[in-house]
Ligand binder design. Structure first.
Ligand code: PGA
Length: 918
């Protein structure tokens, strides 16, 4: 069934941008190039739409001469990139229009909808207030290498988007329209002459600076605005009963602190990251105060400021006779001087203009917030409340949200590393029994004892291994950042591949060595500095997560420390590695199950739970619509707060412009509200049965998945020859290496290149493999089984979201293209053995899903995506066919530059066009 176009103007813009790109290609690369591009485009579109005979595209591209390859790849990369831009602009436009439509009910993912639901009459005002006050959402920016686009390309596409938006605002006459089209053409020309690929690998410093860009692009403006809207909504539903609302969004970052498998993250890099971030925060606040010192020009002859503001003015050191009767301006200059002094103390420099006076630094952001509140209160008293709300409150909220540190930096390292470092420290401190030989109870006993001793393990008289020295140096640097900028500067330490209590205690002991944690002694308990967060990421570790946390909280030392630090135990769950381990259904169920267990054990221990979701953009790494994912969490697992990683290409998609950022952040906050307020017993009597079915399907799916990936002889060779996994490692898209260890095993390959490779070959195995077997075996058990699966689909948000994401992936897979990749495998029997299983499983998955959906359309509930795919797929097909051709030539020994560069360009173009690929 053809869907009607959901947004005709997106299609019109795609045609317009395509025409302009065509004109640029003709002018820059010659008419023959454009003719070839057009011939390929016609063949690709015709084959997709069924309007021309199949089978023309492959010979057209297979015979292509070297000279045409790079222009062709670049042309199709840009066609799909421009189609994305047009779609994004259309999405913003649609959101704007729907907001403007009078009376239209606000949809899920908006504050209006979430507050209407919260205040639906079923809760007392106190309950409403408690839920509303509990919300904090932390999107954590990470440098996971899945963003293929250079900053330059992002800037150019942003400029094109801005032009389209300008046109949308209206008011263009004919002459403007001509100039406007010319401006678009110029941007596309600049894009055409800009290199798509980075000439060298990114450094962590570059990644740090790239992330900072998003604060100026959207976050500085949008987070305080969203906070204001949230506070207004809370005031309405609680009739003003909740006086102060904590920031509902705080950003976090891993960039410069995540050293799991990234040897380039060192103490110096961590110092650079925390300083650059703090400098951005200080510069932002200082500039805002300077603006206020101009704008708040109320005269003491006309209005009367409060004594608090007069006192601020008097202590400001601002002696200018021109401002002698302008208390607010003098007060603001005083705040500026104090904040500048804080910057100087923390950073050794002032990232804005010198202050007019040297004053004492602020001891904390809260002191500046208090001054700004006095100013707001004073303005309100003489009838300038509107000015306080419009000008001063946003600055105050910005200080509340970003503090002096901008965003909390998480540290992350692998549990294996902590273990060997602890073993070394203990051995060098004279411990006679080797730590690595101890069993878990003995380790826990030893580490617990260590956490009650003031004595350090590290001695200045000992030389440690390079690894231990590096780890201790990072921790010491983190302790320094906390001293300079406060605990929020380094608030979390994440332990990858955590599986036991000792994994957590090891980190506490390491933190103690540098003063980040304070040991229990003299009757005082252990004082945790950063929150220490185990990351469970294999199917087994997720299955044991509840028991591990139960045992951890069973240690009085630990539970007391958690309670003293605010009573919240954070736990991180990893979507990608569990998927690589057990396949799509098993991973999703293991995550859900683990969260239910964690809810139960933390509740029993009287501790609040916060879950940190380590998810990427691709469905095989936990991607998919964030709102749906959050509201689909098990009851009790979102108790107001949650953290979630924002990675790679998702960051640019989400935070490049204010409207997207606003929508994304509002959706996260609304989802946290909806999930917290959800009925814990929504599934009622069906719950146990649904869980039983999900668990059964997960187990069947995992057997099939593991049998293919880990038990099929030669599977690794198939994967390495039928996908571009080797070539992906050469893309200069991130600072960290592609594998943790130099090995060919799937276990040692990082999840990103694993998922990335499957996306490029359009098979997307991590998004569905195993589900077909599980569902078809289950359905074969009797006719009532289909009804059961349909009931789950209708009534259980978690299950609906799992299936809907899988449907989205299956709609993007393309067996005809994937078959061409499979043909690259040299050994015919291996080729056929793996391919026939993939094909059959794909068929089973589609058939089962369609029978649950009761139709013939996988994307029946996502018309926008369906339309987007129809727009983009014809541009992606030629890139796939060219990639296959180039891989064939490369593997046959053609080492020419065209082939090498062509492969890299197709990888880039496909990742850009597919959007969530890594
Ligand atoms: P990691 O991330 O390899 O850094 O743990 C996994 C992923 O997000 O794919």
């Amino acid at each position: 069934m053809e869907h009607p176009s959901t947004d005709p103007s997106a299609s019109a813009d795609i045609r317009l941008l395509g025409r302009l790109l065509g004109e640029v290609i003709r002018e820059q690369a010659g008419p023959e190039t454009l003719d070839l591009v057009e011939a390929v485009r016609r063949a690709a579109t015709g084959e997709r739409r069924g309007t021309s005979a199949a089978g023309q595209l492959v010979p057209l591209l297979g015979d292509v001469a070297d000279a045409w390859i790079l222009p062709l790849v670049r042309a199709f990369s840009y066609f799909s990139l421009l189609a994305n831009v047009a779609e994004d602009v259309a999405a913003n436009r649609a959101a704007r229009l729907s907001r403007r439509k009078e009376g239209e009910a606000a949809g899920p993912g908006t504050l209006r909808h979430a507050f209407a639901h919260l205040d639906d009459g079923s809760r007392s005002r106190a309950e409403v207030a408690a839920v509303a006050a509990s919300v904090t959402v932390t999107p954590v920016l990470t440098a996971h290498p899945t963003e293929v686009r250079r900053r330059t390309a992002l800037d150019r596409t942003r400029a094109i988007a801005r032009l389209l938006e300008e046109r949308d605002r209206g008011g263009m006459d004919d002459i403007d329209a001509v100039e406007w089209e010319e401006a678009l053409r110029v941007e596309i020309l600049a894009l055409w002459q800009t290199a798509i690929l980075r000439p060298s690998r990114l450094r962590v410093r570059d990644e740090i600076n790239q992330a900072l860009h998003y604060f100026d692009a959207s976050l500085f403006a949008e987070i305080p605005k969203l906070q204001a809207d949230y506070e207004r909504a809370v005031a309405e539903v609680t009739a003003g009963e909740v006086a102060a609302v904590e920031p509902v969004v705080r950003m976090g970052s891993w960039i410069g602190g995540d050293r799991d498998g990234n040897p380039f993250v060192t103490a110096e890099v961590l110092a650079y990251a925390t300083e650059r971030q703090a400098s951005a925060a200080f510069a932002h606040h200082l500039a805002a105060l300077r603006r206020l010192a101009i704008e708040l020009s109320m005269s003491g002859h006309l209005v009367r400021a409060t004594p608090a503001v007069e006192a601020l003015a008097d202590s400001s050191g601002d002696t200018s006779p021109f401002r002698s009767n302008e208390p607010y301006r003098r007060a603001m200059n005083g705040c500026y001087a104090r904040l500048a002094a804080s910057a100087l103390a923390a950073l050794g420099t002032i990232p804005e203009a010198e202050p007019r006076a040297r004053l004492e630094p602020y001891g904390s952001p809260a002191e500046l917030v208090a001054d700004l509140r006095s100013v707001e209160a004073s303005l309100a008293l003489h009838g300038a409340g509107a000015l306080a709300r419009a000008r001063v409150a946003p600055v105050r909220r910005s200080v509340e949200v970003f503090g002096f540190h901008l965003t909390s930096m998480d540290l992350r390292q692998n549990s294996d590393v902590h273990e060997v470092v602890i073993a070394e420290l203990l051995a060098r401190a004279g411990e006679t029994q080797a730590y690595l030989d101890l069993d878990e109870p003995a380790r826990v006993a030893l580490l617990t004892a260590e956490l009650t001793r003031a004595r350090p393990l590290v001695s200045p008289f000992v030389t440690y291994s390079e690894q231990a020295t590096g780890e201790l140096a990072i921790l010491a640097e983190a302790a320094g950042a906390v001293r300079r900028l406060g605990q929020p500067a380094v608030a979390t330490y994440v332990i990858s591949k955590a599986e036991s209590v000792s994994d957590v205690l090891e980190v506490a002991v390491l933190c103690k060595e540098v003063g980040l944690c304070v040991p229990a002694s003299d009757g005082a308990g252990l004082r945790l500095g950063p929150s220490i967060v185990p990351l469970f990421e294999t199917i087994d570790d997720l299955a044991n997560a509840g028991a591990t946390i139960e045992a951890l909280l069973g240690l009085p030392l630990w539970r007391d420390a958690v309670l003293a630090a605010g009573g919240c135990q954070e736990v991180m769950v990893g979507y990608s590695d569990s998927n690589k381990d057990g396949g799509y259904l098993a991973s999703n169920w293991a995550l859900h199950r683990a969260e239910m267990d964690l809810v139960a054990v933390t509740r029993a221990a009287g501790v609040r739970l916060r879950i940190f979701h380590g998810r990427g953009g691709a469905v095989g790494r936990g991607g998919g619509p964030a709102y749906d994912a959050i509201v689909a969490q098990p009851p009790g697992s979102v108790q107001g707060s949650l953290r979630i990683t924002e990675q790679g290409e998702v960051i640019a998609a989400q935070y490049s412009d204010p409207p997207h950022a606003r929508r994304g952040l509002e959706a996260l906050v609304s989802a946290a509200l909806d999930a917290t307020a959800a009925d814990p017993d929504a599934l009622g009597a069906d719950r146990a049965r649904f869980h039983q079915v999900a668990s059964d399907l997960a187990a069947r799916s995992m057997i099939e998945y593991r049998s293919l990936v880990y038990e099929t002889p030669g599977f690794v060779e198939w994967f390495r020859t039928a996908t571009p996994v080797r070539e992906i490692a050469e893309l200069n898209i991130g600072s960290r290496p592609a594998s943790r260890k130099p090995s060919e095993r799937v276990e040692d390959l990082r999840a990103i290149p694993w998922v990335f490779s499957w996306s490029q070959s359009r098979l997307m195995v991590p998004g569905w493999y195993g589900a077909g077997t599980a569902l078809s075996e289950f359905l074969a058990g009797g006719p009532e089984r289909l009804e059961e699966l349909q009931a789950m689909q209708a009534r259980w948000g978690f299950w609906r979201s799992v299936l809907s994401n899988m449907a989205m992936v299956l709609a993007k897979t393309d067996l005809a293209i994937a078959a061409r990749y499979s043909a690259l495998v040299p050994d015919p029997s291996l080729r056929e053995a793996v391919w026939s299983r993939l094909r059959a499983e794909h068929q089973r998955s589609v058939t089962a899903l369609l029978s649950i959906y009761g139709g013939d359309d996988l994307l029946f509930d996502s018309p926008d995506l369906a339309q987007g795919l129809r727009n983009r797929i014809p541009y992606l097909d030629p890139l796939n066919h060219l990639q296959v051709e180039l891989l064939r030539r490369w593997r046959a020994g053609d080492r020419s530059r065209v082939v090498e560069k062509g492969i890299q360009l197709t990888l880039n173009g496909l990742a850009t066009g597919l959007r969530n690929s890594g």
